[in-house]
Ligand binder design. Structure first.
Ligand code: F6P
Length: 517
C-alpha cells in the first residue's frame, strides 16, 4: 500500500500552490530559520520552496506514521529491506570500519592500490603501471567516475592516470586505449554481477588489445583487477586470484562505489582520500540514524521531494551544482534516483497511488545558466531546482569562487521572486521553487557525506512512496531482447517472433553494415 499523504497535507498543498513565494516570506519573518537545516557543516535552505514550516511538520508526522524510523533502523542494521530480492542493502556497512568484514575488504583494496602505486605489482612484461582503465557501467561507473573527476588529479607522481569506459560503443574503449601503452596499462573490471554485457564485452576487447601488444607468451591476466560479487566468473575470465576484490551481493549496483569498486578511487587519489570519502559517508549515516526528523538532512530533503512530486505535482527535478568538480553529479543522481524510485508498484505488488520519482536532470552552474536556465525562468513548465553550492573552494582563489556563489544565489533569487515589468518578453514570473544546499569545501570527506545524503534522501522517498528503492527489474527486458537482435544483425537468426518495425529496422541496418572484417 502506498502511504498516501493525509488530507490535511493535501489541502495545505492546495493553499500553498496559490500563494506567491514572496508572500510566504512576508507572512513569516522567521521563515528562513524555520525552513533551514544545519548539520555536518551543510546547510539546506528550503525557504524558497513552496512549503511552510507547518507543512514540513505535517510531513514529519506523516513520515513517523509511515514507520520511517523503523525503516531507517532496518537499513542500517543490515536487515532485508530489499524485499523483492530478499536481501539487505549493505552500502552503509561498506563505510563502517567497525565492521570486521568491511575492514578486511578495505585493507585488501588499500594493499592492492599501494602495490600498484609503488610499482610492486607490475604488468606481464615487468613494467610498472602508469594508467588505469576502469571498465564498468551504471553504478559501477558513475560513482567512482564522479569521485575521481571531482577530487582528481592527485598531486602525487606515483598516481596512475585514470580513464573510465562504460559504453559498449567501440568508440569509447578505442578512444581510451589509443594513447596508452599496453605494457603499462591496468584494467579494473567493476561489475557486481560479472554478467553485464557492456562491461564483459569491453573487458574481452581489452584482453584482445593486450594480447596483441604484449610480448608473445605474456599473460594479459596480470593487467586486470576485478571488483565483483561473482569472483568465480572473474577467475574464469583470467583475473588472478590476488587481483580479485570481492564484495557482498547485498551492495546494490548504484551503491557499488562504497565497495571494493572503490579500488579505482584508491588508485587515482590515494588511500587517504579514499578513507576520508568513506568516513564522510559514515558520518552522514550516523546523522541519518540519530537526528530527529525535523533536523535530519536526508529526511527533510526527502520530505520536500515527496511534497514537490506528490502534493504539488511537479514532474521534474533539476539539480545544479555550482562546482566544476561536480560535473558528473547530475548523471550520478539521475541513476540513483530514477533506477531506485522509477517504480509503479508498491512493495506488495499493488499499483502505487499517485506518482513516484519525477524525471531528474541537470548540469553545472554557471554553464547551465547559458543553456537551460532561460527555460527555467520563463518557460511554461515550473520545475523545482536544487542548487548545490560549496561555501568555499578547496583550491583556487576566493574572488572567483565568490563570483560562482553569487551566480547560484542570484539564480535562486530570480526564480523565486522574478521581475515585474510591463514588457511581457522581459518579465520573469518568479514563483519557481528551489532548495539551496550549501556544502563545506568540496574535499573527499564532504563528497562522501554529500553522496550518502542523496542516497538516504532517495531511500526515504522510496519508503514514503511505498516502493522498494533497491531493485531495478525494469532494466531487464531490454537486455533480454538485445541478444536475438544482435544475432540477427550478425546474420544469425531471423527474429521471426519480433514485431514488424524491429525486423524492418534490423534489415535496413544490416543492408548498411560494412561486411565483418
Ligand atoms: O542498469 C542495471 C544495473 O544492474 C545497475 O543497477 C548497475 O549499476 C549496472 O547495471 C551494472 O551492473 P554490474 O555492476 O552488475 O555490472
Amino acid at each position: 500500500m502506498t502511504p498516501t499523504l493525509p488530507d490535511k497535507l493535501r489541502s495545505a498543498a492546495r493553499a500553498l500552490a496559490g500563494t506567491p513565494i514572496a508572500e510566504l516570506f512576508a507572512r513569516d519573518p522567521e521563515r528562513v530559520e524555520r525552513l533551514s537545516v544545519d548539520a555536518l557543516g551543510f546547510r539546506a535552505d528550503l525557504s524558497k520552496e513552496r512549503l511552510s514550516p507547518e507543512a514540513l511538520a505535517g510531513l514529519c508526522e506523516h513520515a513517523r506514521e509511515a514507520g520511517l524510523a523503523g525503516w531507517i533502523a532496518a537499513l542500517l542494521a543490515g536487515e532485508k529491506v530489499n524485499v523483492s530480492e530478499k536481501r539487505p542493502a549493505l552500502h552503509p556497512r561498506m563505510r563502517d570500519d567497525a565492521d570486521a568484514d568491511t575492514l578486511a575488504s578495505r585493507q585488501a583494496v588499500a594493499a592492492l592500490a599501494d602495490a600498484v602505486r609503488r610499482g610492486e605489482r607490475r604488468g606481464a612484461s615487468g613494467s610498472p603501471f602508469a594508467h588505469v582503465v576502469h571498465l564498468g557501467i551504471g553504478g559501477s561507473d558513475l560513482g567512482p567516475r564522479l569521485v575521481v573527476d571531482a577530487l582528481g588529479p592527485a598531486h602525487d607522481e606515483r598516481a596512475p592516470g585514470v580513464s573510465f569506459v562504460a559504453n559498449v560503443d567501440p568508440a569509447a574503449l578505442d578512444r581510451a586505449l589509443a594513447p596508452l601503452d599496453a605494457a603499462t596499462t591496468l584494467f579494473v573490471i567493476a561489475s557486481k554481477s560479472y554478467t553485464t554485457q557492456e562491461t564483459l564485452t569491453n573487458a574481452s576487447a581489452a584482453r584482445a588489445w593486450l594480447a596483441a601488444a604484449l610480448p608473445s607468451g605474456a599473460d594479459p591476466g596480470a593487467h586486470f583487477v576485478a571488483a565483483t560479487a561473482n569472483p568465480g566468473a572473474a577467475r574464469a575470465f583470467g583475473v588472478p586470484d590476488t587481483a580479485i576484490l570481492p564484495f557482498p551481493e547485498g551492495v546494490g549496483g548504484r551503491f557499488s562505489l562504497w565497495s571494493s569498486v572503490g579500488v579505482t578511487i584508491a588508485l587515482a587519489l590515494g588511500n587517504e582520500a579514499h578513507a576520508a570519502l568513506l568516513a564522510g559517508a559514515h558520518a552522514m549515516d550516523r546523522h541519518f540514524a540519530t537526528a530527529p526528523f525535523e533536523r535530519n538532512l536526508p529526511v527533510v530533503l526527502a520530505l520536500a521531494g515527496v511534497w514537490n512530486a506528490s502534493a504539488l505535482g511537479y514532474r521534474q527535478r533539476v539539480v545544479v551544482p555550482y562546482a566544476h568538480a561536480l560535473g558528473v553529479f547530475a548523471s550520478y543522481l539521475q541513476q540513483l534516483s530514477l533506477e531506485s524510485n522509477g517504480k509503479r508498484v508498491t512493495r506488495d505488488g499493488s499499483p502505487v497511488e499517485g506518482r513516484t520519482a519525477p524525471a531528474l536532470w541537470g548540469g553545472v552552474g554557471t554553464d547551465g545558466q547559458h543553456a537551460f536556465f532561460q527555460w527555467l525562468h520563463q518557460g511554461t513548465d515550473v520545475v523545482p531546482v536544487e542548487f548545490v553550492v560549496p561555501a568555499a573552494p578547496v583550491r583556487g582563489d576566493r574572488g572567483r569562487h565568490a563570483l560562482l556563489v553569487a551566480n547560484a544565489l542570484a539564480q535562486a533569487q530570480a526564480l523565486a521572486f522574478g521581475r515585474a515589468t510591463p514588457d511581457a518578453a522581459r518579465a520573469s514570473p518568479g514563483d519557481r521553487p528551489s532548495t539551496t544546499l550549501v556544502t563545506p569545501a568540496l574535499d573527499a570527506r564532504t563528497l562522501g557525506a554529500l553522496c550518502a545524503l542523496y542516497e538516504h534522501r532517495t531511500f526515504v522517498e522510496g519508503i514514503l512512496w511505498g516502493i522498494n528503492p533497491f531493485d531495478q527489474f525494469g532494466v531487464e527486458l531490454g537486455k533480454i531482447l538485445a541478444g536475438p537482435i544482435a544475432e540477427a544483425l550478425d546474420g544469425r537468426g531471423d527474429l521471426a517472433g519480433a514485431d514488424a518495425s524491429t525486423r524492418a529496422l534490423v534489415g535496413y541496418i544490416r543492408s548498411r553494415l560494412a561486411p565483418a572484417g
